[in-house]
Write a protein that binds this ligand. Sequence first.
Ligand code: ZN
Ligand code: ZN
Length: 372
Amino acid sequence: MTPCSPLRALLGLLMLCLATLARPAPAEPAPPAHHRDGRFQNQYLEFAPPGLLRLMRWRWDAARAGVPRPPQAPTPRVAADLAFLRANAGAGAAMVPTATWIGHATVLVQMGGLNVLTDPIFSERASPLSWTGPLRAQPPGLALAELPRIDAVLVSHDHYDHCDLPSLKALAAQPGGPPLFLVPLGLKALLEDAGITHVVELDWWQGRSLQGVDIVMTPVQHWSARGLADRLRSLWGGWALFAADFHLFFAGDTGYSPDFADIHARFAPRQGGFGFDLALLPVGAYEPRWFMKDQHVNPEEAVRIHLDLAARRTLGIHWGTFELTDEPLDEPPRALAAARRARGLADESFVVTPIGQTLRLPRRGTGPVAGQ
Ligand code: ZN
Ligand code: ZN
């Protein structure tokens, strides 16, 4: 070592410090475009929650027109195949992928060894109050006590017909321990205030793995509010689930938007050119269009989403259970059949089922693909 090396080392250190100081501080990453000062917005539509005037115009028009008209027939319902569902629930890797419509947006999905429940509502009314609000037209296809032990509950957003606290609390108290509750950003506090633990809240495109199944939250076009003061304060979204032998998409509530083409493009690499094995898409609560279009698809738009996602098969949900809007409760299946025909889709590619019926679905890469 030369005599001047300590001095050179000191100078070197000094230069390094100066260079570090001169470098601009790393900029705070810009918040994602859908985060707006404690509220959230859609990707493709600035959603303005309906004001009192629009709400009154809707109700006034509906009263004058005498809509919704009563359904011609009750929503079909069959007894659930409990023995099969329970046996399949514990089948592990041998689990047959299934979807059982329990009513409204509540579906029991069995896939990848998991028992998953979407937007569970088992209550009599979809309402903040137990004595008023939309009443169930049919009891749930499975009672809470008839469910297998649920591993994961997916909540799409905070509207009362999707985020029913009495149902969530009952599930949290299920024998064998609570499920994992997956909710959009801003919704965890509501559940925790209700005493529900095991809650994970996620932003769009964030995911969580559960027993080898990847669960990812996606954008959809909707909004949120439990009351007048918390509009757009929590996020909304769909859920994509990826097991080795089955890929599922659940949309929650949504208007039609390019979000679904985005979802397909984003996940296409991991789907090897094949889309979702099953999509659960809303087909009800769509009239009048001037009021509902931005937030709820009609069956024709749901068919477009089915195509955007390149779904192998779709089950239509969010109909026939709570009378929320102006179309008759039994209209969505008829409108869906017309929309399918208009697109030349095979009947089995986009179906509705009776409440309580279980669809047994082929594993990924096997069995016939529903024709398009
Ligand atoms: Zn909603
Ligand atoms: Zn809804």
